[in-house]
Design a binder for this molecule. Structure first.
Ligand code: URA
Length: 259
């Protein structure tokens, strides 16, 4: 996990290799809007800056989450590390943080001692698969905004034999009753008389959309797994397990949100 940096550890004069090493004290002061980085260096050199109650004068001092910094006695709000996680949500778990009916919620599956994270959207109680969590509200809001229309791929096991007409209907956009879903990309995985398996990619995110699309075609969904959310794939992440996004995945997600 990011955030495993022990509290109070300062790698003085050692430049950060990456964000999980912390943030340089002058940058931290500048980001808080107290002074420019150069001026922050002066403040540090003059002995005006304390970290966890001790004056520091090393310009390369690194700050990690949990550190308390003050400048001339005025505390600076602590940094909260941004966290980006993907959970392989199991079926039979609520996406909400609390359930009045006492059902299992995703909170039970998240690592302990996280900053407060929120799910990026939701999956139905019975749907499994990719569910992102972050405390980066800015990114979460962008990813959920209909304007961005992030592609989401679901593997649906449906009752009955999927026909070529069904595929055409999915491609064209299915009327589910109260709205017409936008056209979906379809990859047929297997077709049998009793049930078929199909991957559908949609960019909308309406409540129970995939279930409603297949229901409207007369093929109720038996199981549903989200394989992909934008550039984030389930891969071999075990059911109920979480992992951090890789820097490459995060960059890809940020690119999607910036479009
Ligand atoms: N579509 C559904 O029907 N259910 C989900 O959980 C997500 C998309």
């Amino acid at each position: 996990m990011q955030g495993d940096c022990p509290r109070g550890v300062h790698k003085s004069t050692v430049p950060a290799k990456n964000e999980s090493d912390g943030i340089r004290l002058n940058k931290y002061i500048a980001q808080a809007g107290i002074a420019s980085r150069r001026r922050a260096d002066d403040l540090i050199a003059y002995g005006k800056v304390r970290v966890n109650g001790k004056v520091v004068r090393e310009l390369g001092t690194m700050i990690v989450p949990g550190d308390r910094v003050d400048v001339s006695g005025t505390p600076i709000a602590p940094i909260e590390q941004t966290v980006y996680l993907v959970l392989h949500k199991p079926a039979g778990v609520m996406t909400t943080m609390r359930d009045p009916q006492g059902r299992r919620t995703v909170v039970e599956l998240l690592p302990k001692k996280l900053p407060r994270v929120v799910p990026v959207g939701r999956l139905d109680y019975d749907t499994a698969g990719v569910l992102l969590f972050t405390n980066d509200g800015h990114l979460a809001n962008k990813l959920l905004h209909p304007k961005f229309g992030v592609d989401k791929t679901y593997r649906a096991t449906i009752a009955g034999r999927l026909s070529p007409e069904d595929v055409r209907a999915l491609n064209a956009g299915v009327d589910v009753g109260n709205y017409t879903a936008a056209g979906a990309k379809v990859r047929v995985v297997s077709v049998r008389a009793a049930s078929s398996v199909v991957d559908v990619t949609i960019h909308e995110g309406r409540n129970r959309q995939v279930r409603d699309m297949f229901e409207a075609l007369g093929h109720p969904v038996q199981t549903l797994v989200r394989l992909r959310f934008g550039p984030i794939s389930l891969g071999d992440l075990g059911v109920g397990r979480t992992r951090e996004l890789t820097p490459r995945e995060l960059a890809a997600l940020q690119r999607v949100a910036a479009q």
